[in-house]
Design a protein around this ligand. Structure first.
Ligand code: AP5
Length: 215
């Protein structure tokens, strides 16, 4: 099963990808997570990407395509994967099609998480992530048991630099100008599924599971 999770920042793609990947035992391929890990590790790709990420701009296609294509060719991705946050431009989408063709795979569904800019802003400005294990929380909707402390590993919860309100607004602009056209790209391929991104995590998971079972 090969899926793409598409949608504006804060639509809930990463949160839902974790749940679906755990249930269906497939890898979660988040270009955002891979880039953040590369920044942390001081890798060349991370150092190049950091300035773009801090401003909420897209990292250049050639860097991201290399990362994503390399990841989906690893042995654990043979049984399927969820691409979360990739592709984000037409150039990335076409490169993905070409890479999949080479390995004899195809995308089953591109799931579009539809939500409003207001919801994106409230989800992202309230998001807190664990510095140690990367788990996601929210100040209002997904509170940790103890304020500021990760439920899973006890690490400190912090706000991502690009979750400050001005950067979030820029990420939304960038999404509208560079990524939103991919909704039509996948609609034309007949593989687009639209999900109400405002639904709760369990409800959204139920809908996605039904789609996957009837595929
Ligand atoms: P990336 O990390 O991919 O950020 P994003 O796409 O902007 O997505 P987010 O992680 O912000 O949102 P999400 O939809 O996953 O929401 P989440 O589930 O976390 O990218 C970061 C940067 O990397 C980019 O700006 C760019 O610079 C670069 N980059 C990455 N990929 C790239 C590419 N392909 N090309 C070029 N550059 C690239 O949820 C958000 C919050 O809401 C959380 O607090 C969560 O707990 C809460 N929440 C989630 N779902 C629900 C729900 N159903 N109900 C209530 N609360 C919920």
């Amino acid at each position: 099963m090969q899926l793409i999770f598409l949608g504006p920042p804060g639509a809930g793609k990463g949160t839902q990808a974790k749940v679906v990947c755990e249930r269906f035992k497939i890898p979660h391929v988040s270009t955002g997570d891979i880039l953040r890990e590369s920044v942390k590790a001081g890798l060349p790709a991370g150092l190049q990407a950091k300035a773009y990420m801090d401003k909420g701009e897209l990292v250049p296609d050639e860097i991201v395509i290399k990362i994503a294509v390399e990841r989906i060719q690893r042995p654990d991705a043979k049984k399927g994967f969820i691409l979360d946050g990739f592709p984000r431009t037409k150039v990335q989408a076409v490169s993905l099609d070409e890479a999949l063709k080479k390995i004899g795979a195809k995308i089953d569904y591109a799931i579009y998480f539809e939500t409003s800019p207001e919801m994106s802003i409230s989800r992202l400005t309230g998001r807190r992530v664990c510095r140690k294990c990367g788990a996601n929380f929210h100040l209002v909707t997904i509170k940790p048991k103890k304020e500021g402390v990760c439920d899973f590993c006890g690490g400190a919860l912090i706000q991502r630099d690009d979750d400050k309100v001005e950067t979030v607004k820029n990420r939304l602009k960038v999404y509208t100008s560079q990524t939103a056209d991919l909704i039509d790209y996948y609609r034309q391929q007949g593989i687009l599924k639209t999900l109400n991104g405002d639904l709760g995590i369990e409800e959204a998971f139920g809908i996605i599971s039904d789609w996957l079972k009837s595929r």
